[in-house]
Design a protein around this ligand. Structure first.
Ligand SMILES: C[S@@+](CC[C@H](N)C(=O)[O-])C[C@H]1O[C@@H](n2cnc3c(N)ncnc32)[C@H](O)[C@@H]1O
Length: 460
């Protein structure tokens, strides 16, 4: 597959591949290749070391949360007046949480997170602006694993239906190379691979847990993993051991060419024009980039005449309201990025309707297919962080929201520092009132609000 270096952006020099790593001959960046069963999983993130450390931190966050859950359930089990039913439910949950930590640790073992330490390789290139968005946690899309490989409730067929509806016969048998960006646990990539029969499919994601599971399921393995539904249907459903595997009919034959790559949608490691079918399922509204800049990046992945199929919700949550495009604006943006719109449709789908939960969504997804007519290159490389955060010598811009945030933090710090085990809410309120020249009842109400938040955070 024609790779390009995601660190320096070089597309001319070869990336040298050995058993353990891929190295860029131009900038010298070494990208590890992880192994799980038969699968080789190259870690082609722009800053491989920093991104591994970030995922290690997110894994530690998961372990920390898991330990907190277990401590809460153990505390509850120590109460005397529990009914036998309640005790049984809590014991089941405690056991499941313990098993869950072990299951995730085993799944992530190929990455060796325990052994990775921070080190400085002395590289003169500052790549800190390429860091991963903070909202992408290890278990952010955990339920998708069960939707893809365990529930077998028809949702995957509905999603494939949404893709096929806009793809129609536009491919005309010309899908030689399929790229899925944001493939997650991988089921849709596999379903489209099997319906379009390309010579090569590449599934890309930044999440090590999801893509690893994708590679294991598509490779024909099975695994057991606990699901923790938000609204369990009964006591046993609080934690359900799910058996995850691809249906028999979906197992790939040995000559199927399916690859998995850890990469960032904004720094894709492919030479321009490497694919002729591109799939972005539930992705365009969650990435931290304006679709106007992202669409040309997608343009670059495709060869002339290649087709981009997008499906999913349009639940944009950027701080810039201008980026929250409506469906008509999206079609304009895609056209401006060098595409001709072939089809666009809304379709109602069931979404994450776990059979063991009382919660489940219905979404009217928006799908389109668009053909690349001409090259439109991105204006610049994507920067997650602004200049003033990556260049420590630049002035930090003063913004009105900083004043609000700093006053709020200062007040919180003062209220919490005033707790000495003797003062009441009212007496801390009097201190705050004197310091800020406020009416006492107003200051006491503010103190109560802050302490209430601290209390509720601890309770959560
Ligand atoms: C809403 S989930 C959808 C997953 C999958 N497409 C599906 O339909 O189940 C979004 C996916 O995008 C991935 N993702 C988020 N930011 C990404 C980025 N910058 N580059 C690549 N993948 C990303 C997440 O890890 C996650 O797997």
């Amino acid at each position: 597959m024609p790779l390009a270096c995601p660190a320096c952006g070089d597309v001319e020099q070869a990336l040298e591949k050995t058993f353990e790593a891929i190295t860029c001959e131009r900038c010298g960046t070494r990208f590890p290749v992880f192994r799980s069963g038969q699968a080789q999983l190259p870690w082609l993130l722009a800053d491989p070391r920093a991104s591994l450390l970030e995922w290690k931190a997110r894994y530690n966050g998961f372990l920390h949360e898991n330990a907190g859950e277990r401590a809460r359930v153990s505390d509850a089990l120590n109460e005397n007046d529990l009914s036998q039913r309640t005790r049984d439910r809590l014991e089941h949950l405690l056991h499941a949480r313990e098993q869950h930590a072990a299951q995730i640790a085993e799944l992530l073992a190929p990455f060796g997170f325990g052994r990775i330490e921070f080190y400085d390789d002395g590289s003169p290139v500052d790549r800190s602006h390429m860091r991963l968005a903070a909202n992408q946690g290890l278990t952010s899309y955990y339920q998708n694993i069960f939707r893809d490989w365990a529930w077998n409730n028809g949702e995957n067929d509905e999603l494939l239906g949404a893709v096929n509806e806009v793809l129609g016969d536009h491919l005309d048998g010309n899908a030689h190379r399929l790229l899925t960006v944001g493939a997650g646990a991988g089921r849709l990539s596999l379903d489209v691979h099997q319906s379009c029969r390309p010579e090569l499919s590449v599934a890309v994601d930044i999440n090590p847990l999801l893509l690893l599971i994708a590679s294991r399921m598509i490779g024909g393995e099975s695994l057991s993993l606990f699901e923790f539904p938000v609204a369990p249907l009964d006591a046993e459903c609080g934690a359900v051991l799910q058996h995850c595997a691809a249906p028999q009919s979906k197992t790939l034959s040995a000559d199927d060419n399916f690859q998995f790559i850890f990469a960032d949608a904004m720094h894709l490691p492919f030479r321009p024009g490497s694919f002729d079918l591109l799939l972005t399922p539930w992705l365009i509204d969650i990435i931290p980039e304006n679709l106007r800049e992202f669409a040309p990046r997608m343009n670059q992945t495709l060869a002339q005449g290649g087709i981009w199929v997008n499906t999913g919700s349009l639940a944009f949550a950027h701080s810039q309201s201008a980026w929250h495009y409506s469906q008509d604006e999206i079609l304009d943006v895609i056209e401006a990025a060098g595409f001709e719109i072939l089809e666009s449709k809304r379709r109602t789908l069931r979404y994450l309707q776990s059979p063991v939960s009382a919660h489940g969504r219905v979404e009217m997804v928006f799908s389109f297919s668009a053909r690349k007519l001409r090259d439109v290159a991105p204006q610049s490389r994507f920067r997650y962080l602004p200049q003033w955060l990556s260049d420590t010598q630049q002035a930090v811009p003063a913004r009105p929201e900083h004043v609000v945030v700093s006053t709020d933090h200062l007040l919180r710090a003062q209220v919490i520092a005033a707790i000495d085990g003797k003062r009441s809410v009212a007496s801390i309120g009097r201190l705050v009132a004197a310091q800020y020249d406020l009416p006492e009842d107003e200051a006491t109400a503010a103190v109560k609000r802050i302490l209430l938040e601290v209390y509720e955070n601890k309770m959560r």
